[in-house]
Design a protein around this ligand. Structure first.
Ligand code: TYM
Length: 338
């Protein structure tokens, strides 16, 4: 059943925070999946700028606004087709914040304190805003507002989708069967791309901003990307097999596998007896071949601000047309409104 009455197919919704640049982990864990599924599902892809405010001291207003535009353009440059997918900026649709308040009121604090991301992010700080704690509630609102069936994300977001399910279930238990319970959609390969400098940590935006050679930014010049890959941590051996690989070698093999779509047997045969230098060179070649068209399209889009504005305006309008009736039904159910 769909409250909004607008569902034509199963629906997916996902988003990326506009903090810094996108990296290969985001591309492989999220955007490649979005692109692959956008035809089979009705798709909504959001730039979640409200989420970026959860670390206010790290936010420069002008930079945040610019990042939101750049990330929207990168969605398109990475192959999200605005003719078939809905691309919009979260803060353009006020229903997210409003629903988040209502869901927050049914979310036990204990559920939020146990979130790994909250623990990691708050550990390093003397004081944190309450938004960092209630962040998963806003994410739940993002998802249920569109009655999304599936949420395509990388492995690190699994816990956030699980809590979104729990919040929706609790709401339904208290106020009637209204909200769609979402499922995570996590790719079989590349769900957790690791840092090149340290394959025990996932490739992350924040580490990438501080540590050279940690990540591959989607807008990195080819030379920079190649250098980071050539310096990637491997091990002292030379065996190139998926089953026996150390974390660093497995990370490189996974990048190669996901970006070329070649079978594991053929990849192992290709690199057999050739050593890590050869593997790194070929990984760098396929990464650069992936980045070049993305960067070219990105530059075109940034030079056409009117086109991008048109897409985001249309995207927000369409998003609102789905979100508004869902929010109205929720308000009705909890006793708000006349
Ligand atoms: P964010 O901005 O941290 O990451 C965006 C997406 O990229 C995936 N990802 C990775 N996948 C594989 N390997 C990596 N190293 C890697 N790094 C990032 C993430 O899993 C994610 O899918 N809370 C979310 C944004 C959000 C959201 C939502 C997502 C807000 N509302 C609603 C889905 C639905 C976040 O911070 O993602």
């Amino acid at each position: 059943m769909s409250i909004s009455g607008t569902k034509t197919k199963k629906r997916i919704l996902s988003g990326v925070q506009p903090t810094g640049n996108l990296h290969m982990g985001t591309y492989i864990g999220a955007l490649m999946q979005w692109r692959a599924n956008q035809v089979d599902y009705e798709s909504l892809f959001c730039v979640v700028d409200l989420h970026a405010l959860t670390v206010p001291e790290a936010v420069d207003p002008e930079v945040l606004r610019r990042n939101s535009r750049e990330i929207s353009a990168l969605y398109i440059a990475c192959g999200i087709d605005p003719e078939i997918s809905n691309i919009f900026v979260q803060s353009d649709v006020h229903e997210h914040a409003e629903l988040s308040w209502i869901l927050g009121c049914v979310t036990p604090l204990g559920w939020l304190y146990r979130m790994t991301q909250f623990k990691t992010k708050s550990d390093k700080r003397d004081s944190v805003g309450s938004g960092l704690l209630t962040y998963p509630v806003l994410q739940a609102a993002d998802i249920v507002l569109y009655e999304a069936d599936q949420v395509p994300v990388g492995q690190d977001q699994k816990q956030h989708i699980e809590i979104a399910r729990e919040i929706a279930q609790r709401f339904n238990h208290l106020f009637g069967d209204l909200l769609t319970i979402p499922e995570p959609m996590i790719p079989k390969m590349g769900a957790k791309v690791m840092g090149l400098d340290d394959p025990s940590r996932k490739m992350s935006k924040s580490i990438g901003m501080e540590v050279k050679g940690h990540s591959i930014g989607l807008l990195d010049p080819p030379k920079v990307a190649r250098k980071a890959i050539m310096r990637a941590v491997t091990d002292s051996g030379n065996d190139i097999r998926f089953d026996h690989a150390s974390p660093g070698v497995l990370n490189l093999l996974t990048l190669y596998e996901v970006l070329t779509d070649e079978s594991r047997e053929s990849i192992e045969a290709r690199f057999s007896g050739k050593g890590y230098g050869h593997l790194k060179k070929d990984v760098a070649d396929v990464v650069i071949a992936t980045l070049e068209p993305i960067q070219a399209r990105f530059t075109e889009l940034m030079n056409e601000p009117g086109y991008l504005d048109g897409i985001l305006d249309k995207g927000a309008e369409r998003a609102r047309s789905i979100a508004a009736p869902v929010l109205t039904a929720v308000k009705q159910a909890v006793g708000l409104g006349r």
